[in-house]
Write a protein that binds this ligand. Sequence first.
Ligand SMILES: NC(=O)c1ccc[n+]([C@@H]2O[C@H](COP(=O)([O-])OP(=O)(O)OC[C@H]3O[C@@H](n4cnc5c(N)ncnc54)[C@H](O)[C@@H]3O)[C@@H](O)[C@H]2O)c1
Length: 278
Amino acid sequence: MGKLDGKVALLTGSSPNIVGGIAEGLADEGAKIVSVDIFPGFANGCAEAINERGGEAIGLVCDVTNEEQVQATVEQARQHFGGVDILVNGAVIFNWAGVVDMPVEQWRHQLDVILTGNFLVTKHVSRLMIEQQRKGSIINIISTAGHQGEPWNVAYSTGKGGLLNFTRSVAMELSGHGIRVNSLTPTATDPSEGKERAGRWGVEWPRPRPYTNPRQGPGGNARAGSPLRTLPSPSHYGKAAAFLASDEAEMITGFDMRVDAGALAKYWIWDPSNDSGP
Ligand SMILES: NC(=O)c1ccc[n+]([C@@H]2O[C@H](COP(=O)([O-])OP(=O)(O)OC[C@H]3O[C@@H](n4cnc5c(N)ncnc54)[C@H](O)[C@@H]3O)[C@@H](O)[C@H]2O)c1
């Protein structure tokens, strides 16, 4: 018996990394999976991998910024599996650009994927949940960069910060229908699982990024700065998402679950790598 037996989960941004790991975590608890990505290799690769593990999944190609495509995707999920109980919004594009030098087209495109994509998929999945009177669970994927001031990542940080309050607003709006809306905050993630999954799916990950920028992300040693001295993997997020999506979390809505090895609780001056503990 899994926590999510009989439930259907639709996930966006199903690359072999974080959402691929969450999809496997939900499937391992019994959920049927609809894996959605703009890149066919990731939509279908995720579904095929779950079917090979003994689960039940379909892959659908969709640009989450296009409302017609989103509507058609939700309708295909309804036709195939009867409806949707769980939504995980994870589609994203990365770009290392700061406020002074970022072209406005890049700003609009990145926020379109992060904010508008989340809005459109939530809009059409929650309409279906309401129509079918399903007490669903919606999980928006944030980032520690959505809680803190990360330089040279202005659109990403802004979009992810926006999704924190999108979560609370939509949680209140849908509460009368028994639909719970929460967020899950990952942080710098161990890439080993993503690479292993990409090998298993027979795809290249990470894919080439739409924008190239001379900056390559934050400096520093993420592992050394982690209070737990190690970085989370997608399977850790999968376990947390399975809990949030399950009836065990029936009284939890409007909440942000941090699966960040303690990163956001850390006092900023403290350096865990120089402290061996009591
Ligand atoms: N990797 C990290 O260290 C990290 C840390 C914190 C939070 N996150 C968050 O976790 C989630 C997944 O991150 P990841 O590292 O697996 O990223 P990823 O780049 O591997 O996956 C993102 C996926 O979104 C898809 N996508 C992009 N634009 C789309 C569109 N318009 N429509 C549909 N799909 C689209 C991409 O094709 C890709 O498969 C994101 O929300 C990200 O912000 C990642």
